[in-house]
Design a protein around this ligand. Sequence first.
Ligand code: THU
Length: 130
Amino acid sequence: MTDTELVKAAQEMLKYAYAPYSKFLVGAALLGRDGRVFTGCNVENASYGATNCAERTAVYKAVSEGCREFLAIAIVSSSGKYTYPCGICRQVLSEFAPGITVILYDDEKGILTAELEELFPDSFGGSDMT
Ligand code: THU
């Protein structure tokens, strides 16, 4: 699975995004260490706090199907610009995959990759509670 293929899988999810309030569509595609790809979109709610981001949709789909180790996640949005994961999604990604590669896409500039470690340094995790 190449970065480009993962971006394409994320773009496919834009059509499923449920974002009647923000009108900001987001798609994600998460590559598991076992080779499986889990996709997700944002799912908004009239009670705004119940909204789920595309990245977390993908992570929760994966974990609920027995995949907990991840190599990369591609994120795209209807803005056509690089869309970085929000703080909550960075925290959720770090729970399972602190070393994950984040793949972003801009319609004009193409693919940009970043490591979660650089986007979310000095994070809080389970080992901090022991
Ligand atoms: N959103 C995501 O799906 N992922 C992010 O990382 C940023 C924000 C969604 C949540 C909400 O539906 C909309 O974008 C506007 O915040």
